[in-house]
Design a protein around this ligand. Sequence first.
Ligand SMILES: [Zn+2]
Length: 238
Amino acid sequence: MRYFEVSTPRDLDSFHWSGSYRAERQWYLPSVLCQRCETWGVMTAYPSVDLSTLPEKDELKSVWPQPLEEYVRRKALVLPFVPPEIQLEPGCQFGPLVGRAMGRFGPVTAMPSWQVLVREDTLAAIQEAGLNGIIPVRAELRNRRTKELPQYELEARPLVKLHPACIQDRDRVPTCGYCGSHGFYLPPERWLLGESIPAGLDLFGVEDTTRIVVSERFVDTVNRLGPSDVVYREISVE
Ligand SMILES: [Zn+2]
């Protein structure tokens, strides 16, 4: 199976579609204000995690940095609502995108590149093709163009790792013994660790990055619906 990183085209003149949106999520874990390292958080989003029945949900409205103890307290509130394969980290976001959309949307939208949205007909084609690991969540986007089809965000759980050999030691952030902060600067030359890819998965996030990767099957399926303003860059596997 070949895999491709999703990104947004740089050349605005080559865009086929006018669609854009402004939206936010309802709930967040705060970033951590660490007394030993620095303020840190991730941008990973879990649109499928619904905290609407959590009594303390109003305490999760802000990503504003908090001391580690407060982060740990809020994380404990969210934990029962999250599937075990999801690793909660500071800055995680939950719930569907809520906001406004303008213009016409192509089959797939990735603006920014870490939010992949598909039209309702695209989702139907993906499901008909039997693609695996697709977690669609309807984005609550109001569009004055009433003929526009609903948009579904595809949740990209960061289940797959970059190959350790593509990350230089100088680009690694040492793990903080107090708050657990860790990570690396995204290497321009990168490839996936083959053994970390669950068999047959057609869309996933890459651990400790904002990257979303799709399979060749995914690209073939969505391209049958026509052009999208998305760039697919092949990423190799070792
Ligand atoms: Zn720290």
